[in-house]
Design a protein around this ligand. Structure first.
Ligand code: SAH
Ligand code: DHB
Ligand code: MG
Length: 225
């Protein structure tokens, strides 16, 4: 099994199941033009995010880690007319490209891109009374994923969903002695989930055009207050 094969199968899946969307394609194109890294979710993963959000009937969505807004746009596609998404991004250039991509998609009224370190902007959201969010997608720096998970839970209600990207890292997640801060950060996320009685969670390994990784899905079953 090779990366080449995973990419080809992703292409086949996408060709048959993920309709072309000019705004989403333009967002990837503009992100690449601006020199952003291609670490966005793949199109078929983006559609999974959209379907999960729609199945859940999410009206208020929180995203931690915007990049060029590709996953943001997929999540926004799931929203009803009165829905809103707030997405948090630390790098000004990324936030700028995301805002342009969102404007081009005609979704500036639906999506708010907040510039700043998520550690600060999450605390700000709480102070403003923006919670609860129906669904949170955590996809920023991997070192602080456990911290973002704690915030996501705090900003949830019973029944909210917390999705977390990149929880497998080419299998590196099982290396307890890893010197990679991202791996150690992600291991703290698993420990936090294991110790958290208010969520029911799982994780799934994935291969595809973005390599070997995985995502986690957690349902808030207890009262986060
Ligand atoms: N969700 C995007 C990809 C996000 S890549 C998609 O799938 O399309 C991770 C992003 O998180 C990068 O843009 C990075 O700048 C941002 N990031 C990293 N650390 C952060 C922090 N502390 N606060 C907010 N954003 C952060
Ligand atoms: C990286 C970040 C991501 O969110 C992702 O999906 C893949 C890779 C990274 O930082 O390398
Ligand atoms: Mg990711």
């Amino acid at each position: 099994m090779s990366q080449e094969q995973w990419t080809e199968v992703d292409r086949y899946i996408t060709e048959h199941m993920v309709a072309l969307d000019a705004a989403l394609d333009a967002a990837l194109e503009a992100s690449a033009q601006a020199g952003l890294p291609a670490i966005n979710v793949a199109p078929n993963q983006g559609k999974l995010l959209m379907l999960l959000a729609r199945m859940h009937g999410a009206k208020r969505i929180l995203e931690v880690g915007t990049l060029g807004g590709y996953s943001t746009l997929w999540l926004a596609r799931a929203l009803p007319p009165e829905g809103r998404i707030i997405t948090l991004e630390a790098v000004p250039k990324h936030a700028e490209v995301a805002r342009e991509n969102i404007a081009r998609a005609g979704l500036s009224g639906v999506v708010e891109v907040r510039l700043g370190n998520a550690v600060d902007t999450l605390a700000q959201l709480e102070k403003e009374g923006q919670a609860p969010f129906d669904l949170t997608f955590i996809d920023a720096d991997k070192v602080r994923t456990a911290e973002y998970f704690a915030w996501a839970l705090k900003l949830s209600r019973k029944g909210s969903v917390i999705l977390t990207d990149n929880v497998v890292r080419k299998g590196g997640i099982v290396d307890a002695d890893s010197t990679d801060a991202n791996i150690q950060g992600m291991r703290r996320f698993y420990e936090a989930v294991a110790a958290e009685p208010r969520v029911s969670a799982t994780a799934v390994q994935t291969v595809g055009s973005k390599g070997y990784d995985g995502f986690s899905l957690a349902l808030v079953t207890g009262d986060p207050k």
